[in-house]
Design a protein around this ligand. Structure first.
Ligand SMILES: [Zn+2]
Ligand SMILES: [Zn+2]
Ligand SMILES: [Zn+2]
Ligand SMILES: [Zn+2]
Ligand SMILES: [Zn+2]
Length: 290
């Protein structure tokens, strides 16, 4: 079997590496699979991943999806969505579906998105930051004794308070049942709620409850606007760098998936043209034979 990286355009090699990372994530334990192992991994993992994909979003029940969670979207526990359990051989029956963090020593029992806008880190009513609270269920504050558990006073762009929002984990059937788009099958790990490829923008910024990404071109400037909005409580900006960082990581995700998506559309179109032209050919051959 040919080696993946050698004797090819550097750009093709990079693209293949990115593809590999999106598919394998950290499942190779930090040591690149050889091609045979990679093929074996795909054979073993992809069927269940496609069958059991979970969609993760944050919103007010009955309302729009204010936020669609992607691989790089941080959890309350500070780790990213992709660091949580996202692949299941069999989807558990219990609801809400818990996606525990896989980082060693982290006590996060289930992925939880904390709404925020702009570079301010989310704060609790007790004035302490999300990080000052335990990642374990209950989310008690480590800095004061009056706090009864993390509760953000932030009001989402949809007009509802943070507390009215839920992080929702659902199966394809459940999401379809709510009339929401489920997108195409993708082999990538931890896709969460990404279906269209402008999905990472907040729902109310997208102005597109479908999640299909009709507003892609305007996205860049909307992102900047979203980031420059200041929260009213004027809390300290210690989280600024961190938020900037995940915004740009999410942007990179989006660029990657968008590119792949366009390539696939092009390929499908070409395949369709080929199929229909060969059909036409057969038809004309047949009519010639008559
Ligand atoms: Zn964690
Ligand atoms: Zn977590
Ligand atoms: Zn608190
Ligand atoms: Zn506190
Ligand atoms: Zn909202």
């Amino acid at each position: 079997m040919e080696r993946i990286i050698i004797d090819r355009d550097a750009s093709v090699a990079i693209e293949e590496y990115l593809e590999y990372r999106r598919i394998v994530g950290d499942d190779d334990g930090g040591r690149l699979f050889v091609p045979e192992e990679y093929e074996e991994y795909k054979r073993k993992v992809l069927p269940a991943r496609l069958r059991n994909r979970l969609y993760v979003s944050c919103g007010v029940p009955g309302g729009i999806d204010c936020k669609l969670i992607g691989p790089e979207t941080p959890c309350f526990c500070s780790h990213r969505y992709k660091q949580h359990q996202t692949d299941f051989e069999q989807v558990p029956e219990e609801r809400p579906l818990a996606l525990p963090c896989r980082v060693r020593g982290c006590r996060c029992a289930s992925y939880l998105y904390v709404l925020q806008s702009g570079p301010q880190a989310a704060r609790c009513r007790c004035k302490h930051s999300a990080q000052d609270h335990s990642e374990a269920p209950g989310h008690l504050c480590g800095k004061c004794s009056t706090c009864t558990g993390f509760h953000s006073p932030y009001t989402c762009g949809c007009g509802q308070p943070s507390s009215a929002h839920q992080t929702l984990v659902e199966t394809r059937e459940e999401r379809e049942g709510r009339g929401r788009p489920v997108g195409r099958d993708v082999p990538y790990a931890a896709m969460g709620g990404l279906t269209g490829f402008s999905s990472l923008a907040d729902g109310y910024l997208r102005l597109d409850p479908s999640g299909t990404g009709a507003h892609m071109p305007a996205l860049g400037s909307r992102f900047e606007e979203a980031c420059s909005v200041q929260t009213s409580d004027g809390a300290g900006s210690s989280g600024a760098e961190c938020v900037e960082d995940w915004r740009s990581r999410e942007d990179r995700d989006m660029a990657f998936f968008e590119r792949r998506y366009q390539e696939r559309l092009k390929m499908e179109k070409a395949a369709k043209q080929k199929a229909s032209s060969s059909k036409a050919k057969t038809r004309s051959e047949r009519s010639h034979r008559k």
